[in-house]
Design a protein around this ligand. Structure first.
Ligand code: PLP
Length: 396
């Protein structure tokens, strides 16, 4: 199905490709969307074909047309040569790392990484005899000083989870290339649209598709997209680890992808508007949003990124835990919970001082991570404004 989707006669914009990639309506009786293939067993018509595995699909775990269609679409939109779907973003992280390391190897991991990725290194990689060194997200080309003869992988995530440091990916890519080290990136914040990893020297890009690709908080899904050099290692790891996304989840990822460009543009606008408003609030010490000129790596963000998503953090001025609870417990539109990237607004308190090891994180007061959803911005502002009034009342 996917191989027969019409190739564009001239380069098309990302907003067009998210709509048209990975589907071929006239292979499916003209229906706009491809069907969901649910399946384990795939039948072979002859013994010879079975012996030679001579057909496009051989077993449900390996691939279905539904999975291949979304893999092809994500690879195209993100700019890689191949993509491998996984059953969660976390599984995309673990599978991608395991594709490139063996016992005795060393990996460089950014200190601002998504916390479960850290857990994977500290427990699973340690158990397998792979050593992890955490590094300062702002290290840039200085990462060369941490490279050892057995360093196999440099793992990046930009901006950092919760704290939003922007990494100099091209500078790190220069070192990785020179020393023949695989460069992996968790590109979930920007989605495949707002950062082009392969144009900046990344070998493997990870998406927690659960976030903006699915986009509606109704499924778990991940994607590992590779350049030509890395693709076969990722495909092999996916096969050996038995990684197999669900058919319904894959379809929901495909459905989410179709509106990704439109949703992200709105998340960008609304997020920035709320971030600017928060910057002017007397209760706020700092807003950590890469698209604000006040962000310490704003210039890097402007150089490398094509937009901002709806996720950022604020550091409040010192306030009691009860005051923060009074603010958050009474919010009507902002939900409290993990994950993000759906259509709805979220807020979560966090404490990055508890897990950093290579760098110090010293907030002036309580820290909140916000996801700005697709609600009306004035309504969101009013909800937060009422929250600040509860905070002030409880703090005095
Ligand atoms: C959520 C998230 C993940 C993990 O994705 P799941 O689908 O929740 O397993 C990985 N990386 C980042 C940056 C995330 O935000």
């Amino acid at each position: 199905m996917s191989s027969s989707s019409k190739k564009p006669s001239h380069p098309q914009a990302p907003a067009t490709r998210v709509v048209h990639s990975g589907r071929a309506p006239h292979d499916n009786f003209g229906f706009v969307n491809p069907p969901v293939f649910r399946g384990s067993t795939v039948l072979f018509p002859t013994v010879e074909k079975l012996w030679k595995r001579d057909q496009p699909y051989t077993y449900g775990r390996t691939a279905t047309p539904t999975v291949r269609a979304l893999e092809e679409a994500i690879a195209e939109v993100e700019g890689g040569v191949a993509s491998a779907l996984t059953s969660s973003g976390y599984q995309a992280v673990s599978t991608a790392i395991l594709a490139f390391v063996k016992a005795g190897d060393h990996i460089l991991m950014v200190d601002s990484v998504y916390q479960p990725t850290r857990k994977f290194c500290d427990y699973m990689l340690a158990k397998l005899g792979v050593e992890t060194t955490y590094y300062d997200p702002l290290i840039g080309a200085g990462i060369a000083g941490l490279v050892r003869p057995n360093t196999r992988v440099i793992f990046t995530e930009s901006p950092g989870s919760q704290t939003f440091e922007v990494q100099d990916i091209p500078a790190i890519a220069g070192v990785a290339k020179e020393r023949d080290i695989w460069l992996l990136m968790d590109n979930t914040w920007a989605s495949p649209l707002y950062f082009k990893p392969f144009e900046h020297g990344v070998d493997v890009s990870i998406q927690a598709a659960t976030k903006y690709i699915v986009g509606h908080a109704d499924a778990m899904l991940g994607a590992i997209t590779s350049n030509a050099r890395a693709a076969k290692y990722v495909a092999q790891a996916k096969d050996l680890l038995g990684v197999c996304p669900g058919s319904e989840e894959t379809y929901l990822g495909m459905r989410g992808l179709r509106t990704l460009a439109t949703r992200l543009a709105q998340h960008h606008r609304s997020g920035l508007e709320i971030a600017r408003w928060l910057e002017g609030r007397p209760e706020v010490a700092r807003v950590l949003h890469p698209a604000l000129p006040s962000h310490p790596q704003h210039a890097l963000w402007k150089r490398d990124f094509l937009g901002a998503s709806g996720l950022f953090s604020v550091i409040l001025k010192p306030a009691s835990q009860q005051a923060v609870a009074a603010m958050l417990d009474g919010l009507q539109l902002f939900g409290m919970g993990f994950s993000w990237g759906g259509y709805e607004s979220l807020v979560i308190p966090f404490d990055a001082t508890s897990y950093r090891t290579a760098t110090k994180w010293e907030p002036e007061g309580p820290a909140l991570r916000l996801h700005i959803g697709l609600e009306d911005v004035d309504d969101l502002r009013a909800d937060l404004d009422a929250g600040f009034q509860r905070l002030n009342a409880a703090n005095n």
